[in-house]
Design a protein around this ligand. Structure first.
Ligand code: GFB
Length: 426
């Protein structure tokens, strides 16, 4: 069967599309779709890192594979634990274009939204069927013993609780980002350990057109921190409207604009060049992570009093009068913090209802990140991926590293400057 499909593919590629090819075109076209999903509790900024693992892997695959045209289907955003604004109703099935600039992403890799995939794939019984879904899981025993080695072991899923079950048409239904009309024809479980490249053997493009991996957070980066990693990261530009909102805020309240701050980026990220001369707007920016961090990272989370003490020390040191606070804290804590900084101008971004409705909690968080990334000096929260993404954006903008890799200290532990995660340019 494989041989005959392969022959058909080659035939249809070589010949002009004729009747034989047209009728079987979608099956035999060399277009292949890579879909993925992530463990539900994971936050927005860890998910962004998972995208880079996928993107760099697929980029390499496309380089090596001369037959198939690989496309990444971007998993819609939704139901994240941290998105708690009750006035926005359910925040699910949000396409990537709400948060990111699709043209920039496409300059790195062929990506499509899930709704485009649903349109492209002919449906059967009104279902869009993914050919195979691999449910990845960790080897708990290996983590217990600490004897790590690469693994890709198939199991029958019988001993695993999987969130997929067969419907009356014998397809697997499951969460599929809240789309009840998306199903999978086959589900297979794999105990996996290793980097994304090791997933290649499971793709089998001669058998499957659309291949999905669930728990894509399990495979590790295969080229972490390389030029290619940073190219993928640079292609993750935000939606231009989110930039515009942030720029308006910077101009109005923070006396900041790209020309004076030396933070101009070229329209095409591929043309941006290595630089370290950004000066940023005349304000200090702080990312103060609260909520679940107060439990998960209690030792490194300062009290509001101690946070204010440290912020004042930074402002004095830098001779700045303005501080921008990005935080997920409640109003009362923010008011307390502001009160303790009353000799300074303290700002936070408060969205209009229109902006909230349009960009949801995820977009508001990105506006905070953009404003933080343009400050003269940034101080983040230890081990928060939200802060890590701001640090990366500052690396891309060309700030000297001493203005970026700083964190607030908890009351109880001495803290040092975090690792400097410096950009590598090609
Ligand atoms: O992005 P994230 O994975 O970063 O999750 P961490 C934090 C989320 O909380 C963000 C909101 O995506 C935002 O939705 N948030 C946090 C903020 N700080 C701010 C802020 O300054 N402004 C705004 N507007 N929103 C990890 C989680 O979070 O923390 C893990 O991914 C776990 O699931 C762990 O909860 C304790 O790395 O900070």
């Amino acid at each position: 069967i494989i041989k005959s499909i392969a022959n058909d593919i080659l035939y249809c590629q070589k010949e002009k599309i004729n009747e034989k090819c047209t009728s079987r075109q979608s099956y035999l076209s060399n277009k292949r779709y890579f879909l993925y999903d992530v463990n539900p509790p994971e936050g927005f900024n860890l998910r962004r890192d998972v995208y880079i693992r996928v993107a760099t892997f697929l980029k390499q695959l496309i380089k090596d594979d001369k037959i198939f045209q690989w496309n990444v289907v971007l998993p819609p955003w939704g139901n994240l634990y941290h998105w708690q604004s009750v006035d926005l109703g359910s925040q699910q099935q949000i396409p990537w274009q709400t948060f990111f600039d699709m043209e920039s992403l496409k300059k790195y890799l062929p990506v499509i939204e899930l709704f485009e995939f649903i349109k492209e794939i002919p449906s059967e019984n009104e279902e869009t069927i993914i050919d195979v879904l691999y449910f990845l899981k960790n080897d708990e025993e290996m983590f217990r013993i600490g004897n790590f080695e690469d693994k890709n072991i198939f199991s029958d899923c019988l001993n695993t609780t999987i969130p997929y079950k067969k419907n009356s048409y014998k397809q697997y239904t499951g969460s599929f980002w809240g789309y009840t009309n998306v199903t999978a024809r086959e589900v297979k479980c794999i105990t996996f350990h290793g980097t994304t490249i090791n997933l290649k053997k499971n793709l089998q493009p001669l058998l499957y057109r659309s291949i999905m991996f669930d728990h894509m957070e399990i495979p590790l980066h295969y080229n972490y921190g390389s030029v290619d990693y940073w190219n993928a990261r640079r292609s993750m530009r935000y939606n231009t409207e989110l930039h515009q909102i942030s720029n308006d805020f910077r101009l109005k309240y923070l006396n900041s604009n790209d020309m004076d701050d030396r933070t101009i980026k070229l329209k095409d990220w591929r043309l941006d060049k290595k630089k370290r001369n950004a000066i940023g707007g005349p304000y200090l920016s702080i990312h103060l992570r609260r909520q679940d961090f107060l439990i998960g990272h209690a030792a490194s989370s300062p009290t509001i009093e101690y946070a204010a003490f440290q912020i004042k020390a930074f402002l004095k040191l830098l001779d700045l009068k303005i501080v921008y606070i990005a935080t997920d804290t409640n109003n009362q804590e923010y008011i307390d913090l502001k009160e303790k900084l009353k000799d300074y101008s303290v700002f936070r971004y408060i969205p209009t209802q229109f902006v909230k409705n349009k960009f949801k909690d995820g977009g508001i968080a990105i506006i905070d990140q953009i404003i933080c990334s343009h400050a003269r000096y940034f101080v983040g929260t230890h081990e928060s991926t939200f802060s890590f993404r701001i640090q990366e954006d500052r690396e891309i903008l060309g700030f000297p590293t001493n203005t970026t890799f700083n964190v607030l200290c908890g009351n109880e532990i001495k803290c040092s400057i975090g690792n400097k995660w410096e950009i590598i340019w090609g």
